[in-house]
Ligand binder design. Structure first.
Ligand SMILES: O=CCCCC(=O)O
Length: 481
């Protein structure tokens, strides 16, 4: 499989002049170097800003039909090349090939959704107080956008931002993730092949702090959109505030799951195991804090343990692998620290709790059982294959513990009672609530968090909100005397 050479795209030029600071791309399944990440210089960033700004002057006046047609061709190219792109994602991010394929296909669906919806970016006419006056509300693209995207879904998380910006008439500078770069290379390559005019998308690599501080301060850049950690998100939001830039922040969560005693413990445990271990738990909406009602606690736990123990862990390209390695060594170290703290604080490790093998970043699917909401695992998003389980008494107890952290991204409820489902959905302080299933992150539904999990949503009919400004035009037929 030909792994792509990682390069900046500025205008129509692919650029990579090696520097001593270039960093390696590592295959997390075996530790081998598979590529090099170039580092953008101040001059590269300046070119990217000029390229995006000059492309914006033309692109903002393009018709939605033109933008839609290009995006549709792009979606087709993603589908036609799904196996190639999925192979790259498995090589650098580590997820099993089937998951990577699903990510590519979902990304194509996201692009199609934006291609359709951009034809429906409407304004409105407000009835006026005089027959001579027309009052128009128009929506205009905000301008050059900066996107900083994560490594865990290197294609789909970037595609959501790129498609929304381009479909609304904005242009973009994409700072893509060094840990898993190939997905963003695919975006840039296939958008150009689909006919995207030069400069509408610019791709840069390098030091995140340098790039964000340089670009957010530039007057041409009007918006920043970020998916990543709460800590970095808060810093970027401060920078955006200082320079009065629009911001969309998709930050971390620590998704609570309420499993009520009226639910089928086996079905819930199996479904939750699959979702918890998807992408080795490196998913911002992964179910993570499992609150299980006392009546089914033991049954649910034993089903969950057996589901975790049946998962086949291995290299993402190997036949039959259900869970791959963690994306980078830092994640394995973080798992070890969290489990050590849990053990020291009296929690029981029911399965896993250790790294696997001597090569690659493998960590065993792990279940930690604790009555204690004060251990690190209960407070910090593990972003790895660890489920932490605790029992709750009644719905009030469950809701108060689920809402006990400052995060509010995804949340899950398992119950056969409509009354409990409604009460839990109303009481959970989260941007998304999924009941008896995992129905989040679809192109046609809004995705986003509240509280420390950020602000702004992506997807759904709300998807363009962050990329448009509202302009009011009050028009008289002739000058007022
Ligand atoms: O990590 C956050 C994005 C989740 C995307 C998905 O579940 O497909």
């Amino acid at each position: 499989m030909n792994y792509p050479t990682i390069q900046h795209l500025i205008g129509r030029d692919w650029i990579a002049s090696p520097t001593p600071e270039d960093r390696a791309v590592i295959n997390p399944a075996n530790g081998q170097t598979i590529g090099q990440i170039p580092q953008a210089s101040a001059a590269d960033l300046d070119h990217a800003v000029h390229s995006a700004e000059s492309a914006f002057r033309r692109w903002k006046n393009s018709s939605p039909m033109e933008r839609s047609a290009i995006l549709r061709r792009f979606a087709d190219l993603l589908r036609q090349n799904d196996r190639l792109i999925a192979g790259w994602i498995t090589l650098d991010e580590g997820k099993p090939l089937a998951e990577a394929l699903a990510e590519v296909r979902a990304s194509a669906d996201h692009v199609d959704w934006h291609a359709e919806e951009c034809r429906r970016i409407y304004g409105r006419i407000i009835p006026s107080r005089s027959p001579r006056v027309q009052q128009l509300v128009v929506r205009e693209p905000i301008g050059v956008c900066l996107a900083i995207t994560p490594w865990n879904f290197p294609l789909s998380q970037a595609v959501r931002k790129v498609a929304a910006a381009l479909a609304s008439g904005c242009t973009m500078i994409l700072k893509a993730p060094a840990e898993a770069p190939a997905g963003c290379m695919a975006i840039a390559r296939y958008l150009l092949d689909a006919g995207l005019p030069e400069g509408c998308l610019n791709l840069v690599w390098g030091n995140a702090a340098f790039i964000s501080e340089t670009l957010i301060a530039r007057p041409e850049v009007r918006k920043i959109t970020f998916t990543g950690s709460v800590e970095v998100g808060k810093h970027l939001a401060e920078l955006a505030g200082r320079h009065m830039k629009r911001a969309t922040m998709e930050l971390g969560g620590h998704a609570p799951v309420l499993v009520f005693d009226d639910t089928d413990a086996t079905a819930a445990a199996r479904a939750l195991a699959v979702n918890k271990l998807r992408n080795a738990g490196q998913v911002c909406i992964a179910p993570t804090r499992f609150y299980v009602q006392q009546g089914i606690y033991d049954r649910f736990l034993s089903e969950l343990v057996s589901a975790f123990e049946s998962v086949k862990v291995g290299a993402g390209l190997a036949e039959g692998t259900q869970m791959g390695p963690l994306c980078h060594r830092g994640r394995v170290n973080a798992m070890e620290k969290l489990v050590e703290d849990a053990r020291e604080n009296g929690a029981r490790v029911l399965t896993g709790g250790k790294r696997l093998g001597n090569h690659g970043n493998f960590y065993a699917p792990t279940i930690v059982d604790t009555p204690n909401d004060d251990i690190d695992l209960m407070r910090e998003e593990p972003f790895g294959p660890i489920a932490v389980v605790s029992s709750f008494r009644d719905i009030e107890d469950g809701l108060s513990r689920a809402n006990g952290l400052p995060f509010g991204l995804a949340s899950y409820v398992f119950t056969n009672s409509l009354e409990r489902a409604d009460k839990a959905a109303a009481g959970l302080q989260a941007g998304m609530v999924s009941i008896n299933q995992f129905g989040l992150a679809l192109p046609e539904t809004p995705f986003g968090g509240v509280r420390d999990s950020g602000y702004g949503t992506e997807g759904g009919t709300e998807t363009f909100e962050g990329y448009l400004i509202t302009k009011f035009i009050s028009r008289n037929r002739a000058p007022v005397l």
